[in-house]
Design a protein around this ligand. Structure first.
Ligand code: GSH
Length: 208
């Protein structure tokens, strides 16, 4: 059955379109225009109480009943569980997937997201401190990822939902002004990810 996917063309939205495409799940996009405050509409808040995209409604959730899910990390884990894809069953193998997914959710998203905010400010005084602080932290995170990918093809032992989470934000590296040439292992991984047909479709599908 078709999953209803509430999204907009942003890194957090793209994580889920990539996962849905890679998993081969049928879905229908419902664009939520966050620049027009559609994320605050009462009907949307019923499925996404934090007024943010992405969110999904799966008519065939646990016990065959419909379920709505917000927070991209929760959605990725749910889709991985549901399909048995990109999320290992074995606990030992699952641990690095959880680590790198949480790493993305807690840092490699919130930090570049702040760069996107501060870089757009016109007033130099308002911009300077925030941009310096969050750019430095974003670069540190790229360094962490680079060291991991120096020794692993993907962030966990095999390609997983954690890679889908991270690619959503790495896709915006130009916007947060991080040249991938400075992080060669991230560059190698990024190019390999972007060459995958499922990932390509996930970035091509119209989200609004
Ligand atoms: N932790 C959330 C973050 C989602 C998020 O920040 N979504 C942004 C777009 S990328 C949004 O909907 N912003 C609208 C708003 O803040 O009002 C997740 O990973 O799902």
């Amino acid at each position: 059955m078709t999953i209803d996917f509430y999204a907009w063309n942003t890194p957090n939205g793209r994580k889920i379109s990539v996962a849905l495409e890679e998993m081969g799940l049928p879905y229908k996009v419902h664009p939520i225009n966050i620049s027009k405050d559609e994320q605050f509409a009462p009907d949307f808040l019923k499925i996404s109480p934090n007024n943010k995209i992405p969110a999904i409604v799966d008519p065939e959730g646990p016990h065959g009943k419909p379920v709505s899910i917000f927070e991209s990390g929760a959605i990725l884990l749910y889709l991985g569980e549901k399909t048995g894809q990109f999320l290992p069953q074995d606990l030992g193998e699952r641990i690095p997937v959880l680590e790198w997914l949480m790493w993305q959710m807690g840092g490699f998203g919130p930090m570049p997201g702040q760069v996107h905010h501060f870089i757009a400010l016109e007033n130099e005084q308002d911009r300077r401190y925030g941009l310096e602080r969050f750019s430095k932290e974003t670069r540190r995170l790229y360094g962490v990822l680079d060291r991991r990918l120096a020794e692993h093809e993907f962030v966990a032992d095999r390609i997983s939902v954690a890679d889908f989470a991270i690619i959503g934000w790495a896709w915006r590296h130009e916007r947060h002004k991080v040249p991938l040439e400075e992080f060669p292992h991230v560059k190698r991984w990024y190019e390999a990810m972007m060459a995958r047909p499922g990932v390509k479709r996930g970035f091509e599908v119209k989200l609004g």
